[in-house]
Design a protein. Structure first.
Lengths: 707, 329
């Protein structure tokens, strides 16, 4: 199919079926973006704007003894130098991420310890370099691999997911297994690195106190909630505006320290907008990252590959400043039909920046480990890796016992196999050579929960010109929200898309949940559908001008009755240079089962983007921490490699034509994350097929294949 | 970052005077490296003397069959020039292996020779670095060392030179034309870049105020085949882990002449004289190629992170020679 999709008929709404859903509509804001007129956060310009540049700690743990601002203050154009001693006080200081310039403690290298606000960005930067900070440095720990590190079990409070689970006779099954896999897989620190850095323009207006943030965020209401609480303001007095976002990949899924710092600066200089754009280097310590993981997987299986037991023990780094747990083992609870399963998560608290969401947090590293282990099991049993997965297909969710709302993993694998040419594959290792290159192919499964978040509200109003204004504080990170919600609203109202005027990205609009967990389209779209239904019920098909209705994301009773998960299958062809060990990936294919596709054009872009990010994770990405200093030493895009165009060969994504009646009224689940899940494992498995060398630690740098 | 002055001198001599007389002044050409360093605080010049308009930006064909390349010529122009593509395809291919299209459109021939190391500690002013701040210590010795040099390093500095162009030029026996306060001089490229020794802050033999005006190439080696092979983790826009520039002339299944240079292995582009010597007169076999390359790296010193560079360099060199001579593995 690969994008060549005809418009399918919408089934939502009470009006005419317009068929907007399923049509490959072009991005509504595309022209504005490519012509440079779509305003990103930093581009909101104002008379009298000031510019902030921060000073970051150069010790990983310790205390700020003093900050000498004298030389910075002497620079012409400097308005204020904020320090831990003169910064405005915050109302809430129990969350270290947001406790900015309130005390002298340093929790990690790269933390804000001062900031300069000046008339121009160059002046601010120059003056920031002149601020002298004196530290009392304490011994720090940043290396999770040291053997004597303390570990602890994370609480389920943050993630909503139990850290440890156990079902069945794990030890008995391990002892009885005919075939075993027991391996440890490692992933390094990985950074989201959206193209648009995190930026905020903050304007404080006094009497009464009001704060406006023009922010690059995945959730204006989320940022407002945090900022209002930290500053002690009524949320109604905080406005967050974010019409366009240049990527986030999770790192803009909450407020971060820079929002607080910008707000503090604005409060110190009321009436003057304060603009703050993080540099790429700042982004390596202040806006989250995927923590390094060490995952031990144990499998016990019968000779035919049927699993008796699956154990997934996860060790991960976290920050002493604030806990973050990457739930890498959660996928093992529902993926395969092993009667006995155990998963555990342990955290190593370190003096490091605070990790946070990065595209498919948990599933991305977790499925790398599980799906590489499945490949190892397939070779240990002599069973084709696709057949192995088919043999371990569970009829119901192994963890909850609930029926699947629609588990089509096997169909994804089979369709992918046919399309990719898997049938002709010779499983022999290190047996295929094309000139100087070893060639191999690999497969891996993908999964991601079909999440819908509560709490979004949409409002629809009928305008004088006959159009409908649809308002919801949703976010478009470049993902296609502007377009997809317009299509959903058109079908739900029974009008054409040209009659829908969507408004998103502003807390002045009705509340919306975060663009995270691939839940945006489902959560916001369901609210839009509900609002359209309410509108037609209240105002009929010929509404008066000014007629308006509101509705929230409805509760979904099926959420308790079904196991709601998306699935997919990744295929990769890998070439490894016999002389140099260079790894190239000429071909990737992903087949996904995600319910109904709202917009094949933007959905395809999400799948392909996720797969490329998985390729990047497999081959390149690694934040290298120097344990002596405590920071990532390759913190820019020249040294922290992400896949370049030349690394990306043929990447194709397709999907099953389906609709999940249990997930929401649209039948559609999210598409943002599943593309990255499992794609790194497919590359690793193909590299093993090509070379006979099993690499269990990412990334696959050339030295790992040198003979 | 600090405020700086910017000037556009009317001619090369005036440019040289402007820099010579001002210890805080530096030449600015494409700015692809210098401006980054100014933003990072690695370089803090008080005056930029823009030389783009005062050094040549074209190619002059010389009577003996060689060429003189203006120092202001951009990497893109040089790589695409018909004379270079015809007579020195090695240089063209090395240029196109470097950086990105945008950078090559700005970067110049002279500037590329003066490109500074990509050592992560050199670029990070919060860490010690002898090259950036003499006497502060070398963070790379015990730190993140994947890119570290394996040949010719000192206990003061293990940085590598990042240029692709310079590796090809070295194999082509280029000569650098320099204008200084005392007049013109010519420096063979082989003597142009320094090893770090006790003065890692000095990348080249240039004195303050000396300006590269041109690079001269002798007539191409007749009957030679050549290739530039760059090994890197990602397929473009990455510095070399190891690169090899090679020209080889074969007669009757024996190597008559070979010119080989390595990138990514030392503080300077590295001419493999020892390997060339070993190869001369040898039969064209995989074994001979490996023996030659191994001879070059016999005295390599490696650390925890960069030991792979030696087998990588040997393998790559052997692979390049194989492909140039038609030898099967």
């Amino acid at each position: 199919m690969n994008g060549e999709v005809t418009g399918t008929v919408g089934t939502v709404g009470s009006g005419t079926r317009t068929g907007a859903i399923g049509a490959p509509m072009e991005r509504l804001e595309g022209r504005a973006k490519v012509t440079g007129t779509a305003p990103y956060a930093y581009e909101h310009s104002f008379e009298g704007a000031l510019y902030l540049h921060p000073v970051l700690s150069t010790v990983a743990r310790g205390r700020v003894r003093s900050v000498d601002p004298a030389r910075a203050e002497a620079v012409e154009g400097v308005r204020v130098v904020l320090t831990p001693w003169n910064a405005p006080r915050l109302a809430r200081t129990d969350d270290r991420e947001f406790t900015i310039l309130q005390d002298d403690e340093v929790f990690f290298r790269g933390q804000f310890v001062a900031a300069v606000v000046a008339d121009g960005p160059e002046i601010a930067r120059q003056a920031a370099d002149l601020v002298v900070v004196d530290y009392e440095a304490h011994d720090h720990e940043v290396d999770p691999s040291s053997p004597d590190r303390e570990t602890y079990r994370p609480s389920a409070d943050d993630t909503g997911v139990e850290p440890d689970t156990e079902q069945g006779d794990v030890e008995g099954e391990l002892a009885a297994a005919m075939v075993r896999v027991d391996q440890t897989y490692r992933t390094p620190r990985e950074y989201n690195n959206p193209m648009e850095p995190h930026t905020t323009v903050a304007l404080w207006e006094g009497d009464p106190d009001r704060l406006t943030l023009y922010d690059s965020t995945q959730g204006v209401h989320v940022v407002r909630g945090t900022i209002a609480e930290v500053l002690g303001l009524d949320p109604e007095l905080v406005r967050v505006v974010s019409p366009h976002v240049g990527g986030g990949f999770g790192s803009k899924g909450s407020a971060h320290a820079h929002n607080v710092l910008a707000a503090l600066a604005a409060r110190a200089l009321p009436g003057r907008p304060v603009k703050f754009a993080l540099t790429r280097r700042h982004m390596f310590s202040l806006v989250g990252y995927r923590p390094d993981t060490r995952q031990r997987i144990r499998m016990g299986a019968a000779e035919d590959g049927r699993l008796g037991v699956l154990v997934h023990d996860v060790m991960e780094a976290t920050s002493r400043a604030k806990e973050y747990a990457e739930m890498s083992g959660a996928c093992t609870r529902m993926m395969y039909a092993a009667p006995a399963r155990r998963t555990t998560h342990r955290l190593t608290p370190l003096d490091v920046p605070i990790p946070f969401w990065m595209r498919a947090p948990g599933e991305a590293p977790g499925m790398f480990a599980l799906e590489t282990a499945m490949d190892e099991l397939s070779y240990a049993c002599g069973v084709d890796p696709i057949e192995l997965r088919v043999r371990n297909e569970p009829e119901r969710d192994p963890e909850t016992g609930l029926p699947w709302s629609g588990r089509n993993l096997v169909e994804c694998l089979r369709r992918g196999a046919e399309r990719f040419g898997w049938r002709d594959r010779d499983p022999e290792l290190r047996a295929h050579r094309d000139g100087d290159w070893w060639v191999g192919t690999g497969v891996a499964s993908a999964t991601y929960p079909r999440l819908t978040m509560p709490g979004s509200v949409a409002e629809i109003a009928h305008e004088q010109d006959g159009s409908y204004t649809v308002s919801i504080g949703a976010a478009d990170l470049g993902t296609g929200t502007w377009t997809a919600l317009t299509q959903i609203a058109a079908d739900a109202l029974g009008c054409d898309t040209a009659s829908v005027r969507l408004r998103i990205g502003d807390t002045d609009l009705p509340s919306a949940s975060v663009a995270g967990g691939s839940s945006g389209t489902s959560s916001w779209g369901s609210a839009v559908v509900a609002a359209a239904r309410a509108f037609r019920e209240e105002h009929g098909n010929e509404p008066a001008v000014g007629a308006r209705s509101r509705a929230g994301t409805p509760e979904n009773p099926d959420q308790e009755r079904y196991a709601l998960h998306s699935f997919g299958a990744h295929f990769a062809e890998v070439r490894v240079n016999a002389d140099t060990g260079e790894v190239r990936v000429p071909r990737m294919l992903g087949v996904f089962s995600v319910g109904r596709i709202i917009n094949p054009r933007t959905a395809r872009s999400q799948f392909v983007g996720g797969m490329v990010m998985g390729l990047s994770m497999a081959l390149h990405e690694e934040g290298v921490v120097d344990p002596r200093f405590g920071h990532v030493v390759n913190g820019d895009l020249a040294e922290y490699h992400v896949a370049a165009n030349a690394d990306v060969g043929l990447v194709e994504a397709e999907w099953l034509e389906e609709s999940d009646p249990h997930v929401n009224a649209l039948g559609a689940a999210g598409v943002g994350e599943i593309g990255i899940v499992g794609s790194a494992a497919a590359v690793v498995n193909a590299a093993f097929h090509a070379t006979g060398r099993r690499v269990r630690e990412l990334p696959l740098t050339p030295d790992r294949f040198l003979s | 970052m600090i405020p700086f002055a910017y000037s556009r001198p009317g001619g090369a001599t005036e440019a040289v005077e402007a820099v010579t007389d001002d210890p805080g002044a530096v030449f600015l050409a494409g700015g692809t490296n210098l401006v980054d360093h100014m933003k990072l605080g690695v370089a803090s010049p008080t005056t930029l003397v823009d030389v783009r308009a005062v050094v040549g930006a074209g190619i002059e064909e010389l009577p003996g069959g060689g060429v003189r390349i203006g120092a202001g010529m951009t990497n893109s122009e040089l790589a695409a020039h018909p004379v270079i593509r015809r007579r020195y395809p090695l240089l063209s291919s090395a240029l196109l292996a470097g950086a990105s299209g945008q950078l090559r459109n700005m970067a110049t021939t002279g500037g590329n020779l003066l490109q500074r190391t990509r050592c992560v500690y050199f670029q990070d002013v919060t860490t010690p670095c002898n090259k950036r701040e003499p006497g502060s210590g070398c963070s790379a010795l015990e730190g993140h060392g994947r890119d570290n040099a394996v040949l010719g390093a000192s206990d003061q500095c293990v940085a590598t030179h990042p240029s692709d162009m310079a590796v090809a030029l070295l194999a082509l026996d280029a000569e650098v034309h320099v204008l200084g306060p005392a007049g013109e001089r010519r420096v063979p490229l082989a003597d142009f870049h320094r090893l770090p020794g006790a003065e890692p802050e000095r990348d080249t033999v240039l004195e303050h105020g000396e300006l590269i005006t041109a690079v001269e190439l002798p007539a191409p080696l007749t009957e030679a085949r050549s290739a530039y092979r760059k090994v890197r983790e990602r397929a473009s826009y990455a510095f070399a882990l190891v690169s090899v520039a090679a020209l080889v002339r074969v007669r009757g299944e024996r190597v008559v002449d070979a010119r080989i240079a390595f990138g990514g292995v030392a503080h300077a582009p590295w001419r493999a004289r020892r390997a060339e010597e070993v190869l001369r007169g040898r039969p064209v076999t995989e074994t001979a190629f490996r023996v030659a390359a191994e001879a070059e790296f016999a005295e390599a010193r490696t650390g925890r992170d960069n030991a792979f560079k030696v087998p990588l360099a040997v393998n790559t060199c052997a692979a390049v020679l194989r492909s140039l001579t038609g030898v099967n593995e």
